[in-house]
Design a protein around this ligand. Structure first.
Ligand code: ATP
Ligand code: MG
Length: 321
């Protein structure tokens, strides 16, 4: 449905190697993805799979060491100074920890208005009105503006973070595990709020999570990462109905209550290998129950699943599983 329009965000062959002492940490390797306007794309994977690094590279909070990022047709990869600031004004981030990411000494009004102040948008009265409207959008009490973050629950704090991210009407929101620190019952409320807001404002979002079920519920498309690489990607519906990569199947097996399709259960054994020494060939092979000799010799490229559709899998043997 998006073929006729160019993507808002286009990441091509992105890689990030952190150099720590003598070690090279391969945090992200050869990741390509597109996000169209009004789309929520989910990035999912275990801890250490490179999700945050990818999100930070998009905002240029981390410098990628490979590849390119196009945002609304402009190459962001090497943008500096004022042009970079202008582009940043069009993107916002929602963070995992609503306790650490809100300044405890600022009132909620000042926290939400901060991006408006930084970018000098509107008069004082207009900013105040905008904050009142935003409090309503995220279902916080109208008198919240004069209060401080410690007076709010975790879920309410995350609503404050969401209101702040929406303040300047960004074109793109990068949400890094925005519900992971919350109780399960509160998680659902905040995820539903994001879904409502997305529908109301046609938001475009990169949504990072380690929970494939949350991602399948909220996102239009899903990218499954493991040790810095994309294992599988496609429409959320296809991924939940037909998880094809053994790693995606393992992620879904960990939450058996979701997904209607009967599938074999795959338990992940062993730890994530060190990103300083990723396995040769397929990075997942050391934990894959189906690994064969070829898996250590050759990096699997993403290949289309089935005749039509957009689901892609990086596995030499997925047809035979
Ligand atoms: N600034 C840094 N310096 C060195 N290594 C880093 C840095 N940031 C991240 N890494 C490493 O890069 C890899 C990917 O980290 P990243 O935080 O992107 O993973 P993640 O998928 O977001 O994990 P989590 O689910 O725990 O948030 C990890 O091995 C991590 O230790
Ligand atoms: Mg992270």
């Amino acid at each position: 449905m998006h073929e006729s329009t160019s993507p808002l965000l286009s990441i091509e062959g992105m890689g990030k190697i952190f150099t720590v002492g003598k070690q090279s940490i391969h945090a992200v390797q050869d990741v390509s993805l597109n996000i169209h306007r009004g789309e929520i794309v989910g990035i999912v994977g275990e801890s250490g799979s490179g999700k945050t690094t990818l999100g930070r590279c998009v905002l240029r909070l981390t410098e990628p060491t490979q590849g390119s990022i196009q945002f609304d047709g402009i190459n962001l990869t090497h943008l500096e100074g004022i042009p970079l600031r202008h582009m940043r004004r069009r993107m916002q981030m929602i963070f995992q920890d609503p306790y650490a990411s809100l300044n405890p000494r600022m009132t909620v009004e000042n926290i939400i208005a901060e991006p408006l102040n930084i970018h000098q948008i509107g008069t004082a009265t207009e900013r105040h009105e905008r904050v009142s409207a935003l409090l309503k959008e995220v279902d916080l009490p109208p008198d919240s503006g004069a209060r401080y973050p410690h007076e709010f629950s975790g879920g309410q704090r995350q609503r404050i973070g969401i209101a702040r991210a929406l303040a300047i009407k960004p074109d793109l929101i990068v949400a890094d595990e925005p519900v992971s620190a919350l109780d399960v019952s509160i998680q659902a409320q905040v995820v539903n709020l994001l879904k409502d807001l997305q529908e109301r404002y046609h938001l475009t979002m990169l949504f990072i999570s380690h929970d494939l079920n949350v991602v399948n519920f909220l996102c239009d498309r899903v990218v499954v990462m493991y040790l810095g690489r994309v294992m599988e990607s496609g429409p959320a519906q296809s991924i939940s109905n037909r998880p094809t990569h053994p790693y995606t199947q393992a992620l879904l097996s960990a939450n058996p209550h979701l997904g209607s399709v009967k599938r074999q259960r795959i338990a992940l054994s062993g730890d994530l290998p060190s990103p300083a020494h990723p396995p040769s060939g397929c990075v997942f092979r050391t934990r894959c129950p189906f690994a064969k000799a070829r898996c250590s010799e050759e990096i699997p490229q993403l290949r289309q699943v089935g005749e039509a559709g957009e689901q892609q899998v990086a596995c030499h043997f997925f047809e035979q599983l």
